[in-house]
Design a protein around this ligand. Structure first.
Ligand code: AMO
Length: 443
């Protein structure tokens, strides 16, 4: 009788372990990335889960006889001896003893993916061919780094006594207002796709104190812009018993610092491959919304046309200002006008035209919105009514307020947005593995 032990050995060595195995025979499983035939020998480059490893075929030490059965994008198991690379200082390679071909592609890819960089492929073609283009080491490195960002966010918050939650994405109400909400027919009833986990994370504060979620959210963006997706990953947290919304900004600063340290420590190959300049995070400067507007007009001589929000160009000016004045890639802007913030934002008691809320700009672009929320039931109901909302439509959300909740606040950080700006992409689609935009639902 078969018995399942629960152990799955990969049986393949990782490149980082090569130095400890010099002169030993080891096994490497991966895809044939590239074959370069030379006179009397050949380089067979193997792409493993994270590495691209140089293996050398030569009749002098290979039992295997190289023929047409090994082609690019064959899945192979290679055995051979680890040796120092004679021509590249500090690098290692494998002298191939044998190659077992596990599978063959039906066709060769129409796109050359085994160069350092995909050659000027238009974005649309890159996205259409993602199952193939992601095989390129630089393209796949983007999402390894993205893994590190989400992992850092999660690990840091777990270390700060947060509880990880998973909230529904099919909802009776939208949380963020505005027209960018997807409507869905739900067995004859109209429901909505979650724009954010806002209601649920707040409801869970009286229960778990501090909660977070990393999950998909949906925004029906009607315009094709370089920084909006219709589905993106929102990294949210919400924390109770705060003294002020500065607690939220402090927690985010700690999380970002942890993320950058984690990337430096555990994602060095990808950071090097993509030539990423990781920001050093010490103290992040803070400026009030109206003071920021004044800086934009007085120092940068830009005429302000809208005092309710920033134009993208204004955010860029502020990014430049933060870098020049404080050497910081990040800038917190606080006290946004109440009329541009959602109904759950707490107004500033000192001046209710503004809210106890903030955005975080990274290199001149918004990556986070957050702030303190209204926790008092009557105050929340009054603000809803003042905005023409019917509190009866939000009965389950308001249960949290009605039956008691602590002062609290939180934030939402767009995973693709932070990835995009960390890696210097001009378009957010490069930072989404399989982006959804107004024209795209495949692959
Ligand atoms: P907001 O709507 O500002 O706030 O969203 C928070 C962050 O999510 C990212 N983001 C997007 N990323 C890609 N495509 C989009 N269409 C898109 N829209 C937003 C941005 C933005 O800063 N509930 C609040 C957060 C909170 O207060 O806790 C919210 O969702 O990085």
């Amino acid at each position: 009788m078969d018995k399942i032990s629960g152990a799955v050995e990969n049986g393949s060595i990782e490149y980082k372990d090569f130095p400890a195995h010099v002169d030993e025979v080891v096994c490497l499983k991966g895809m044939v990335h590239r074959i370069r035939e030379m006179t009397g020998f050949a380089f067979i480059i193997i792409r493993t889960a994270r590495d691209v490893v140089q293996c050398v075929y030569s009749p002098d030490f290979s039992d295997y006889r190289l023929d047409d059965s090994v082609a690019e994008e064959c899945a192979v198991k290679v055995t051979g001896k680890v040796v120092k690379d004679a021509t590249r200082e500090g690098r290692y390679e494998m002298q191939i003893h044998n190659i077992e071909v596990l599978s063959h592609p039906a066709e060769l890819s129409p796109i050359v993916i085994n160069k350092k960089q995909l050659d000027n492929i238009p974005l649309d073609l890159d996205l259409n061919m993602r199952p193939v283009t992601l095989r390129n080491p630089k393209e796949r490195a983007v999402f390894k780094i993205q893994e590190g960002i989400a992992r850092g966010f999660r690990d840091f918050l777990l270390s700060q006594s947060f509880t990880e939650i998973r909230t529904p994405k099919i909802n009776a109400q939208g949380a963020e207002g505005g027209a960018n909400i997807f409507k869905l027919d739900y067995f004859g009833k109209q429901v909505f796709l979650a724009q954010s986990p806002q209601f649920y994370k707040q409801m869970l504060v009286p229960i778990y104190g501090r909660v977070f979620e990393v999950g998909p959210v949906f925004r029906a963006e009607h315009h094709d812009t370089s920084r909006h997706l219709n589905e993106y990953v929102s990294m949210d947290f919400e924390m109770g018993f705060i003294d002020s919304f500065y607690d939220i900004m402090n927690m985010e600063t700690g999380a970002l610092r942890y993320i950058m340290e984690l990337l430096q420590r555990e994602y060095a190959p990808e950071i090097a491959l993509l030539n990423v300049q990781l920001p050093v995070i010490e103290n992040i400067p803070v400026v009030k919304f109206m003071d920021a507007k004044e800086i934009i007009t007085k120092k940068y001589k830009k005429k302000i046309t809208d005092y309710r929000d920033f134009e993208p160009e204004e955010e860029q000016i502020l990014g430049k200002w933060a870098k020049q004045e404080f050497g910081s890639d990040f800038l917190f802007v606080t006290h946004y006008p109440s009329e541009k913030r959602p109904f759950y934002a707490m107004d500033d008691p000192a001046d209710p035209a503004y809210t106890l809320s903030f955005d975080l700009l990274f290199r001149g672009i918004e990556i986070t919105t957050g702030g303190q929320r209204i926790h008092d039931y009557n105050e929340q109901v009054a603000k809803m009514r003042a905005r023409g909302m019917d509190p009866a439509d939000f009965e389950s959300y308001l249960m949290a307020h009605k039956y008691g909740m602590p002062p609290h606040g939180g934030l939402g950080l767009g995973l693709e947005r932070i990835t995009m700006h960390l890696l210097g992409f001009k378009n957010v689609r490069y930072a989404s593995m399989f982006p959804r935009d107004i024209n795209r639902v495949t692959p």
